[in-house]
Design a protein around this ligand. Structure first.
Ligand code: NAG
Ligand code: NAG
Ligand code: NAG
Ligand code: NAG
Ligand code: NAG
Ligand code: CA
Length: 569
């Protein structure tokens, strides 16, 4: 893709004067939208004016979203499609345009989840902050067709590399570029500055990193949640718990692991100085709690799911939390933090044999079958015959080289930094889909890459001027956690980012809210990495501290790969 900065605004002929009396209905018409469609010649694509549809929505209500507060709003949904010249492809984009009175000179692209490139139900994350908000189908055929369905060509001719690139970074970049120009024209902004943001969690977080790495000049602020980055490693990680079960020939009753989890939470809760049912210091938990303490404890969920915790169950849980090592003892990859759910270890009950059996985690099964083994339409692998920890290493290695653009781990953020743009990263500490340590690792990689000569304190001080990482106590993957419900969640990241970008207010802690539990509605302030929370006065007073021993539990020497994407950040 060419350099976006070369492109000028191309308003084709806005007939309206936008002022305080302009209504949503005035703008939300097909003819008006067609009159303000941008020219997008510089990305080698053409918008199909006949594809324009509009839909004015009044009084839309968003409630219960973790990534933005409840809000009622009017907007115009605009859909149109463009094609890359000479390819015959078709990329569908959607823009949710706030009513003119609520538009605050902001644009935001929303990232997706799983293999989807956008999530329509999160449009309020931008619109509620007065931002025109966009999404793309990535050129996969429709908003309900995901990347995994189209990536592999039928008939054994490999992958559609254009679509791989669209998913990896280009689709989101084009959505923003087109969205910026369209927004500028739609509201007849003239020379006013349009603040440009990206926000996403999980796949949306990965794609947010891709934008920071490739198009840093285009975004004033990027909000990155629990990024599913380093795809080669990330997707295969999901099968690790299964391989531990298979290797130990022990398929635990779900209730046994649940009990171990409850004990972890009960025993590690207070290590952070505040007894609230939330592990805010999973590092102290790792250093201080011995899973052996659960030996023999009874668990009882229902008739085929009761018993006492066994040494095998404990050894399994410990092995999962320890992370992956190959047969040479080399470290392959990290795992999740203690206190999260054991999603990947879920077993299935076989009513014929009356036993709990292997259930291969679907994210890993599909990735291995479809993306590594290239079986069109396959949803999983049939079994784990002959699969060892070395196989996991080799699968990770294969994916890393086969899909380098999906690693999304370029630590060179010079463009973003030098432009004065901002990056906010958050990650739940009880995430059991993307390991929390993955975001820590990347933060440290960026710090070391960008400030090699500086001390830890100096480099963190420099880095936090434009990039900050926050771990969210007790939070699950892109959401609060059900069984650590008293934990806070950073629901107002867009508000914080706006303050940082538009008002120069650099955060020192991250604004968060208790979205459930005993203190529902109360505010909390999360500690900025590498500082960690610690409460005194019986939980009344939070401080953010640096503790070397805790810090080191987050630092992994990943040394199992014979050759790395140089280096494996
Ligand atoms: C847990 O118990 C097993 C069996 O007694 C023992 O081998 C192992 O060293 C113990 N682990 C820890 C961390 O205490
Ligand atoms: C579990 O342990 C209790 C004692 O704590 C014992 O009475 C019970 O028989 C054990 N149950 C099983 C299934 O082993
Ligand atoms: C597993 O390994 C054994 C011994 O090397 C081999 O005979 C067998 O075919 C392998 N099974 C699979 C499914 O690859
Ligand atoms: C980092 O990126 C900047 C901007 O693209 C480039 O000028 C610089 O050479 C890169 N640094 C390294 C070490 O690759
Ligand atoms: C911080 O969170 C509180 C609720 O906990 C909210 O009222 C406030 O607006 C948020 N601040 C920002 C900058 O969004
Ligand atoms: Ca606690």
């Amino acid at each position: 893709m060419r350099n976006y900065a070369l492109l000028g605004w191309v308003a084709s002929g806005a007939a309206l004067v936008i002022n305080s009396t302009t209504s949503l209905a005035d703008l939300c018409t097909v003819s008006y939208v067609i009159s303000v469609l941008p020219g997008i010649q510089d990305i080698g694509a053409t918008i199909d004016a006949t594809s324009v549809t509009v839909n004015a929505v009044y009084g839309a209500v968003s409630t219960g979203q973790a990534s933005f507060p409840d809000y009622t709003y009017d907007y115009c949904e605009v859909n149109f499609a463009y094609s890359h010249d000479g390819t015959g492809d078709r990329v569908q984009v959607v823009y949710w345009m706030p009513a003119p009175a609520n538009f605050k000179d902001r644009y935001q692209t929303q990232g997706g989840a799983g293999y989807a490139t956008t999530l329509p139900n999160t449009r309020g994350a931008g619109v509620s902050y007065g931002a025109a908000t966009g999404g793309t189908d990535g050129g996969f055929g429709s908003f309900s067709t995901n990347f995994d369905a189209v990536a592999l060509n039928a008939g054994g001719s490999g992958f559609n590399q254009d679509l791989v690139q669209m998913f990896a970074y280009q689709g989101a970049g084009e959505c923003t570029l087109v969205g910026k120009y369209f927004t500028n024209n739609f509201y007849a902004m003239g020379g006013r500055k349009l603040y440009t943001y990206y926000q996403g969690c999980s796949e949306g977080g990965r794609s947010a990193w891709s934008q920071a790495q490739r198009y840093g000049e285009m975004y004033d602020g990027i909000i990155i949640g629990a990024p599913a980055m380093r795809y080669g490693q990330q997707q295969v990680l999901h099968i690790y718990s299964n391989v531990v079960e298979h290797t130990m020939d022990y398929y635990p009753m779900p209730c046994e692991l649940q009990l171990i989890r409850s004990e972890i939470i009960a025993n590690c809760d207070g290590l952070d100085g505040k007894v609230d049912g939330v592990i805010s210091r999973s590092d102290l938990c790792l250093l201080n709690y011995n899973l052996n303490d659960t030996l023999g404890m009874p668990f009882d969920c229902y008739s085929n799911n009761r018993g006492n915790v066994t040494q095998q169950g404990i050894d399994l849980a410990r092995k999962i939390l320890d992370g992956i090592y190959d047969s040479d003892g080399k470290h392959v990859w990290m795992s999740y933090q203690a206190g999260g759910a054991w999603d990947d270890a879920t077993t299935t009950y076989n009513w014929n044999t009356n036993q709990w059996e292997l259930s291969i985690a679907s994210k890993a099964g599909e990735w291995i079958a479809r993306f590594l083994n290239e079986e069109v339409g396959a949803t999983t692998i049939p079994n784990l015959d002959n699969v060892t920890y070395d196989t996991i290493r080799d699968w990770m290695n294969e994916g890393m080289w086969k899909f380098p653009d999906l690693m999304t781990n370029n630590p060179n953020l010079t463009t973003m930094r030098d432009a004065g743009h901002k990056i906010l990263v958050y990650h739940g500490e009880a995430d059991t889909s993307v390991p929390t340590g993955s975001s820590v690792r990347f933060h440290e990689s960026i710090r070391n890459f960008m400030y090699p000569g500086l001390s830890m304190d100096e480099s963190n001080a420099e880095l936090s001027d434009f990039l900050q990482l926050y771990l969210v106590p007790g939070a699950a993957h892109c959401a609060p956690s059900g069984d650590q419900a008293n934990g806070p969640y950073p629901q107002t990241n867009m508000g914080v980012m706006i303050d940082w970008v538009e008002n120069g207010k650099t955060p020192t802690t991250l604004n968060a809210t208790h979205l459930g539990g005993d203190s529902i509605g109360a505010n909390a302030q999360l500690c900025q990495w590498p500082k960690r929370p610690l409460w005194t006065d019986n939980g009344a007073m939070q401080t953010c501290v640096f503790d070397q021993e805790s810090y080191e539990t987050w630092i992994y020497d990943i040394n199992a790969f014979p050759s790395l994407i140089d280096p494996l950040y």
